[in-house]
Design a protein around this ligand. Structure first.
Ligand SMILES: C[S@@+](CC[C@H](N)C(=O)[O-])C[C@H]1O[C@@H](n2cnc3c(N)ncnc32)[C@H](O)[C@@H]1O
Length: 207
């Protein structure tokens, strides 16, 4: 799994490498733009909102929301990603932190209308994802939502099919969402899945 130094090295070429895989409709980034657009449109149902982005990277989605006047907080552990994002969003609260350890002190007194995360949470094991989502839920405002866009599959069968198709490119270190399994683990939550491409989707969770 890439550590923060790995992401530092990827930071400059990140947007380009995503674009190539996206345009060819290939794993891992097939549907990337639609994933981001879907989340953008959901957020836009509110005129004003306070947003926390988990693993904002170069800030492709967050920058758009920032420009639209939303209040932006973000967490990422790559110094290089933070530098790139900070330049685009000088007034956003961007915090360097490893989310596998939970959430940083700096956000502890905050609550959010949306907690968004794109292509970052597959770096957690499934059990860690469940625990992290439980933690995030405590930071939601009354009608708040967690929205996760990522490499994701409705069923394990669909994940296995994609793995077979992309055998030599499949990243064994990443742990992708399987919606039906997540839903079973988070059985007490309001949760739904929008399938975006053969290897991506958007998961919405509210209390
Ligand atoms: C593939 S990029 C996605 C960036 C952006 N959200 C997007 O959709 O383009 C994953 C990002 O998550 C960050 N990340 C991965 N694991 C992390 C962790 N444990 N703690 C904090 N950030 C992490 C990386 O530094 C990187 O910026």
């Amino acid at each position: 799994m890439l550590d923060n130094k790995g992401f530092d090295l990827w930071a400059d070429g990140y947007d380009k490498s995503v674009q190539l895989s996206e345009e060819n409709d290939e794993y891992p980034f097939a549907g990337y733009k639609d994933v981001l657009n879907t989340i953008y449109n959901i957020v836009h149902k509110r005129e004003k909102a306070k947003i926390l982005d988990i693993g904002f990277g170069t800030g492709i989605l967050t920058k758009k929301l920032y420009d639209d006047g939303y209040e932006i907080y973000g967490i990422d552990f790559s110094q290089k990603m933070i530098e790139i994002a900070k330049e685009k969003m000088p007034l956003a609260s961007l915090i360097k932190y490893d989310f596998s350890k939970g959430l940083p002190e700096e956000i502890k007194d905050n609550s959010f209308d949306y907690i968004i995360s794109t292509y970052a949470m597959h770096h957690l094991e499934d059990e860690e994802k469940n625990e992290f989502i439980e933690k995030l839920e405590n930071y939601l405002n009354k009608d708040g939502k967690i929205i996760i866009g990522d490499i994701a599959f409705k069923t394990r069968e669909l994940l296995e099919k994609c793995k077979t198709n992309y055998n030599e490119y499949w990243d064994e270190e990443e742990v992708y969402f399987v919606f039906e399994e997540l839903k079973e683990s988070l059985f007490d939550k309001n949760i739904n899945f929008i399938e975006i491409s053969h290897c991506s989707g958007v998961i919405q969770i509210s209390k």
